[in-house]
Design a protein around this ligand. Sequence first.
Ligand code: ATP
Ligand code: MG
Length: 675
Amino acid sequence: MSDTLDTLLSESRHFPPSAEFTSSARVSDPDIYDQALADSLAYWEGWAKKLDWFEPWQEVLHWELPHAQWFVGGKLNACYNCVDRHVVQGRGDRVAIVWEGEPGDVQTITYAELQKSVAQIANALKQLGVRKGDRVCIYMPMVPELAMTMLACARMGAAHSVVFGGFSAESLQERTNDAQAKVIVTADGGWRRGGIVPLKAITDQALRLGCPSVQHVLMLERAGPEGTWTQGLATPSYDRGEWVEGRDVAWREIVPTQSTECPCEPMDSEDLLFILYTSGSTGKPKGIVHTTGGYLTGVYATTQWVFDLQDSDLFWCTADCGWVTGHSYVVYGPLANAAKILMYEGAPDTPSKDRFWKIIEKHQVTILYTAPTAIRTFMKWGEEWPQGCNLSSLRLLGSVGEPINPEAWIWYHENIGRGRCPIVDTWWQTETGHIMISPLPGITTTKPGSATRPFPGIEAVIVDEQGVDLSTQHLAEVRAGTATGDCGGILAIKRPWPGMLRGIFGDPERYKATYWSRFDGMYFPGDGAKLDSEGYFWLLGRVDDIMLVAGHNISTMEVESALVDHPAVAEAAVIGKQDAIKGQGIAAFVIIKADVESQDGLVEELRKHVAAKIGAIARPDVIYLCADLPKTRSGKIMRRLLRDVAEGRALGDTTTLADASVVASLKEQYESLEG
Ligand code: ATP
Ligand code: MG
């Protein structure tokens, strides 16, 4: 077995930033990278000083592996930094949130209004018995009140655990109990694809399953006829659940009557800010713990530099607040920067497949941050949808969540960015809290499919199975101009960083075992990566998914990208499947574009295409054309379930699976083909 990761794909297209972009960029001096690493503590301290602290810290970092404390002894409040300080600085009239509901209703909320609403929600939570140090579970649609409730928790010193509104009663129950939440904040329902997701009824079901810590359910009326700001909308019928007197409390009865004054609780830098579960792509989700000072510093810095945030921007991160991307780049990062954000409640294809583009045109969105899964879906739908809209307000695009295949990057660049907008492909995790590897759009020449280089202050390396550093030597060669070829292996992070997770809630052993035991003194994210001959990082997919074919370690990402490179292919998932001769054979599940007729010979053509593009070793042994792929509720391909299907095993943890029927029909298709 080889010890490093073979790298096959080579991508030579380069996209330098335009002189115009660089001239007005937030950061344009490439020396910043060396400066930040020369004294990373001083560098992060510089960022922390841009936040408002009630009391200063005594020490920047206290690090005893695996436990980090950042800005030790400092006191601050995350809500104060995201809301109040902007009002205090005279920017209360500035728009904070532009919100659009799926039926087309719109709200615009200024920072001054946000402050008042958040204070009222915090006071209501207090009235329901929530105290500093308690946990609150939030199970809501993407309405402004979701972001406001997160901020209200932070304001009064309670930690939130946001559960994505697409999760089942079982998942809600499990997460509520894990956090021992005192209150669940929910809504009667939220709009999705023209229907109503009955959130309150699902909450009721979770409570029937048993949530002993929950004392109250606070319910916002978003869907129902009483919903004060949904008047005039004809609501489809939906399950409104039950009403348990004493337990259930209507938002309209308790929130608007509260005082609009509520002091921001001074929190220790290391006090819990939130718990959030990972997506569950590789196994059972982990309840990740984030604290206040370091996290806020990290999201503040990365939002400002990676997205080149300017006063005039309208920033739309399409992630739901149920994911870390929604925490860091819908709420905390942008609002700490006094940004104007856009929030959208519903689906991208309601009422038609150009909904996103219509939203951009209507509100003049300038920055769009979305996921490869969405981009590949847009590719599948066809470019005529964005073509019909004016997207000239856009100036920067971002991607997060999975490796972006080079062809998807190019599609995004041409059809959405219209060739003008830089793309920032940002690698990070629920655990890292904020972006770790990404271009800086005023500095970095981008290459389709590469997340380019670590954010200033972050030190990432590539190591082999034993943890031996392969990249330092390679990077020295890059600097000397003598590097040839790629250096493939496993990604590791060397120095602590401010937004790093502080643990897995209630499970210190799993925390140490998962992240800090694989390599000595380094954080193990679980992703494969390579450095190319110019020193660019390429994320190659999960270490768990790497295929061992005839003695070569091959990443799923490169084979998938070679498939997506074919004009007929919209999306592909590749797995290693037991093979008596080669160890593993390559099986590919492929979705073809909407306008392509499935022709005879396409499968053979695709196999040849991969072989021609990246080499015969990577030629898939079998290709299945399918209508859909199993994905997490955050939209990531779940290759482990495809492996279970291909190897005839019972399916592993499926609680995070978005649509169970997809795997069921794949299983059927697979079994009928295999006979
Ligand atoms: P689980 O940890 O439960 O398996 P998950 O890893 O999908 O779920 P997240 O924290 O949502 O949970 O996702 C982080 C992972 O997403 C990263 O480890 C990486 O594999 C992938 N990822 C995120 N952004 C990128 C990117 N820009 N390029 C490549 N991969 C990315
Ligand atoms: Mg993960």
